[in-house]
Design a protein around this ligand. Structure first.
Ligand SMILES: Cc1cc2nc3c(=O)[nH]c(=O)nc-3n(C[C@H](O)[C@H](O)[C@H](O)COP(=O)(O)OP(=O)(O)OC[C@H]3O[C@@H](n4cnc5c(N)ncnc54)[C@H](O)[C@@H]3O)c2cc1C
Length: 376
């Protein structure tokens, strides 16, 4: 069947794009390789800019209802001493933590079920002056006027259409997990990130008495030692950190591990009839918590551009010019912020903490407020 717009990938970017295109009355079909909605994974924080972007579609209130809100992230030293609190602006939305599977379900439920086809893994793509066609592993295919590649950091579409290898290993590796808050004492109600010589550790409460945690440790790429780490190894690694970090790790059972890489934003976010959004176009290091939020901004702006122009070339060019500055700025800041937060040398850490503790709040808050504003 031929659709006007086909979207590859039913993650945050793909589902938000489908929701916003339907709002503008545009026929759309999403193809996703996972067998069903939802999915595993840990938690995620949705920031005010993404909530602003989603307002017209009735999604903002659903995220707020399903999430756990806080007005900022408190950073601490490994001994538990305050460094700085990075806060949202007074009067704006809070930051909302939510389980990734719940976010995906909530977006899926905002669409008629026939909009998304699951179990469709794309293995090939062709585009010419008449349209675009994608082939799936099961032998079927789909055709459309345009394709939006929202298939994430390992985008097969990007691999087919761009021969540039844009992956950059950030120099650290990451573990994430979810535990029941009943299994651990001494938890705070705040979002907390601890910076110390053994790495960074985040504790983010979720709704329904759950807590999402993450750890980032400097490493070599594909470091054998860390690849075989168990939860007990990680608990030993962070044993000198303030409570409740060691006990939280001791009460954890499962964790997800991956090296942190980003993708340098593509030189152009489109190729002929294909537009790239979200991680497929520009995966960031997760240091500013903006990957999914910018994927949402991309989706909303892409829908506006596609609905405004009858010529897809004009729509794609407008998307590129509206999104480029913010995406490139976040990519660079996130990379730099990661280097600062992953410092290991005690002297460098002491200087960083002192500088941050004495930086006037207005200076770093200005940057946060720019980040947390949806500019459309
Ligand atoms: C440790 C960590 C913490 C993070 N924390 C945050 C945070 O707090 N806040 C935030 O905003 N961002 C955060 N991010 C970033 C965020 O996870 C991503 O930026 C976001 O998920 C990107 O959404 P997406 O829809 O572009 O890609 P994805 O979520 O990866 O979705 C892509 C979809 O495409 C599907 N797909 C892939 N290949 C194919 C194929 N061949 N055929 C069909 N379907 C396919 C996949 O199954 C998937 O469903 C974090 C990232 C990491 C690594």
């Amino acid at each position: 069947m031929r659709s006007k717009v086909i979207i590859l990938g039913g993650g945050t970017a793909g589902l938000c794009l489908a929701i916003s295109l339907r709002y503008f009355g545009i026929e759309v079909k999403v193809y996703e390789k996972r067998p069903q909605p939802g999915g595993a994974g840990a938690g995620i924080i949705i920031a005010p800019n993404a909530l602003q972007a989603l307002e017209p579609f009735g999604i903002t209130d659903r995220i707020i209802q399903a999430g756990y809100g806080r007005d900022g992230i408190q950073t601490l030293t490994q001994k538990g001493k305050k460094i700085i609190k990075m806060s949202v602006q007074d009067g704006s939305y809070k930051l909302y933590s939510i389980h990734r599977g719940d976010l995906n379900n909530l977006l899926y439920e905002a669409l008629p079920p026939s909009t998304v086809e699951y179990g469709k893994e794309c293995v090939g793509i062709n585009q010419d002056e008449h349209g675009v066609r994608i082939q799936f592993r099961d032998g079927s295919d789909a055709t459309g006027d345009i394709l939006v590649a929202a298939d994430g950091i390992h985008s097969i579409v990007r691999k087919h259409l761009s021969n540039k290898n844009s992956y950059r290993f950030a120099g650290y590796t990451c573990w994430r997990g979810i535990v029941s808050s009943d299994s651990c004492t001494g938890l705070s109600e705040e979002f907390i990130e601890t910076w110390g010589p053994q790495g960074r550790f985040g504790i983010i409460p979720l709704p329904n008495s759950q807590v999402y945690w993450y750890a980032m440790v400097n490493a070599l790429e594909n470091d054998d030692r860390f690849r075989s780490y168990t939860v007990t190894d990680l608990a030993n690694h962070f044993e000198k950190y303030h409570d409740p970090i060691p006990s939280l790790l001791k009460s954890s059972h499962k964790m997800i591990h991956r090296d942190i890489v980003d993708i340098i934003p593509m030189d152009r976010f489109y190729s002929n009839r294909t537009l790239f959004i979200g991680d497929a176009a520009h995966a960031f290091t997760p240091n500013l918590g903006q990957g999914a939020c910018q994927a949402i901004e991309d989706a909303v702006v892409a829908a506006e551009c596609i609905s405004r122009h009858t010529d897809y070339r004009q729509a794609f060019a407008e998307f590129d010019s509206r999104r480029r500055t913010k995406i490139e700025t976040i990519s660079k800041r996130s990379w730099m912020f990661g280097k600062i937060t992953q410092l290991e040398h005690p002297m460098a850490i002491a200087v960083r903490n002192l500088l941050l503790q004495h930086t006037p709040k207005q200076m770093y808050q200005h940057g946060m407020h720019q980040l947390y504003k949806f500019q459309g």
